[in-house]
Ligand binder design. Sequence first.
Ligand code: MSP
Length: 645
Amino acid sequence: MSTYVTTPIYYVNALPHLGHAYTTIVTDTYSRFRKLCGDDVRFQTGTDEHGEKIVEAAVKEGVSPREYVDRISTAFQGTWPSLSVEPDYLIRTTDADHMQTVQDILQMVYDKGDIYFSEYSGLYCKGCERFLTEKELVDGKCPDHQVAPEEISEQNYFFRMSKYQDWLINHIKENPEFITPERYRNEVLSFLSEPLEDLCISRPTSRLTWGIPLPFDENFVTYVWFDALINYLTGLGYPNGELYAKYWQDAEHVIAKDILKPHAIYWPTMLRSMDVPAYKRLHVHGYWNVDETKMSKSIGNVVRPKDLVEAYGVDTLRYFVLREMSFGLDSSFSADSIIARQNSDLANDLGNLFSRSLTMIDKYAGQKVPQIEQSLEEEAEQELQQAIQDMLVAYEKHMNSFNFHKGLQSVWEVISLLNKYIVTNAPWDLAKDDSQQGRLNVVLYTLLEALRVLAIVLKPVMPSAADKMAAALSLENFDQATLTDCTWGGMTAGQALAAPEPLFPRLEKKKKEQKQQAQSKAKKKPATKAEQLDGVITFEQFGQVELRVATVIAAESIPKADKLLKLTVEAPEKRTIVAGIAEYYAPEDLPGRQVIIVANLKPAKLRGVVSEGMVLAAKQKLEDGTEQLTLATVAEKMAPGSRVA
Ligand code: MSP
């Protein structure tokens, strides 16, 4: 199978921002995912370099349009490697072969009678570079650019788009996947329920010269959309190129909702007129806002991809945007939300799983893949293997339908199961007992296999982290890996493993903040005698607090709460307690320990988990300003539930 996937070609009137980065990361991820499915893939992105907006931007900078477009398109091209985006082809609409093909197509459509000359007056929005209908305006303004469109009247060339309206409606109805998610398909069908107007495809050279001249009238240049959309064909060497023959039938375009109409209406009707089959799928996503506000230069909240990579790393950025946005809906970016994802999903869940597992392999199996006896596999291993099978099915389905957040959710469910598997099977205990060596090997092998599968499925999303995982697991030919390699049992017994590199450090920024908090707390003056007396309580008051010894039977992290752990304790009845100790204790360190709990606190819900009590701990400040925390316990082992008085 082959796949041809494209991003929009970006206008070079501004530098790349988070929105451009998102579409391009999504397209790159999909391209890598289809490769993982064994497809022959071509991924194209590029820049849209003609039109009024570009000329305006160049004039503002005091340079020629040519100089200006060269500069900004270089900035776009330079951004992609820093985002681990690897397109197969970068197209520019100022490329000579593109300009020639646009002219050939115009001539062909003109000769066919689908282009005619006429007078037109209408409401033109410069931001959209197209005429808007009255219906599209909100309070008389373009809803995307917040400016009233100009009334323009001039003679121009028109494409007979209306001729293809019925065909298009049928095509959309017969092909449910043609435009997804469904809300955008419905939006297009609703727009098409009204008569379609023909499309103005030219600008007089008296008004604009920075464009592709019409081959049949030198007094006009091509209107940007007719020029821009054709990039998807010229990048394949249409009409005679081998690439065109190979890939066009599998074309998929990725765009945001702002350019739905040109892609869902102009483009398929243009293709129809040219006798070229329509593209296969159009994937439409929502908009990124920043701190719940529309990104805009005037507000000064434009987020640049390079700054994000510097602050958080490329894998975290890719994971964050794919996990955070439900494809099709708008989403909001904030530093807090990316830090939370990094610390909880990446450093805590995935990073800890990886480092704990490999540390144990090193400690208990001499950094080699252990030999296992399959007869020693228990229900726990069967369940895990089944969960991984189920995850693979869900992952493939969701990634293929651009539901990246759901695909990742299903992967993280397995990560969470694996972290639990470590706690319940306690390899550190098995290691203490020689007769358990066989079981220990099974547990360690299971972890290695699961990590191998994780490295493969994470490859499209976080290529560098997946490479690090593969290197630590000594996986050969990882760059060629496909989903078929996820079959259980790929690790070879006796294979030496490499020393792992840390995958995701907890974010420095967070540490700094904690340090500052600790320092500002340390600066507080000690309480005076009177203040201390203010806090005095009576025997009766103290007697109201019921302290008990409890034994921890399980501990796990809580998604999106990087400070909290969920403990299950016996006191002697089973209780759940949420404790703010995740920065000081790993979940696997806790089972078996005895702690002191406040047993008669009113239950409280923390991050969706009901906490039935509180765990006591002592805290001290270290010289570097950070804090150390240790759990309060009893000097000798006591029956769970014993009162502390
Ligand atoms: N040049 C046209 C596209 C021609 S395609 C044949 C154009 N260029 S653009 O530079 O304005 O890019 C628009 C695209 O950038 C959107 O469709 C989307 O892919 C991306 N984004 C720009 N801002 C965005 C957000 N705030 N959020 C998400 N993506 C957005 O239109």
